[in-house]
Design a protein around this ligand. Sequence first.
Ligand SMILES: [Zn+2]
Length: 115
Amino acid sequence: MKTIAEIDPLTAVPIVEFLKTAGIPCDMLSKTDENGLDVTELVVGDDHFEKACEVIEQWDAQRMAEVERLAQRRCPFCNSARVKFVDDLDYKKSITKISAVYRCDECGRITVPRG
Ligand SMILES: [Zn+2]
């Protein structure tokens, strides 16, 4: 068995559903991280590991596309429209980093999209 992600329990549920739809059985293990927060560890069989990573990436891309669609593309600090989507997905460094942000070209500040 291999861990594919450690995420908050609410985010875990739709991912597990998405994996199931893709034909990948996935176990959820509850644990507490180093900050004392409840996290859910998603575990798949070794044979499914590669595929599961692809599926999660897909899921995340879909989710981010939706967030991007809904997001107001303006910097909340300087109101510039020159905000860029920054993909922060790097499974090699940290498979738990399922997130993406916007960076403003004008003032350089980072915005985390809601939702
Ligand atoms: Zn700005």
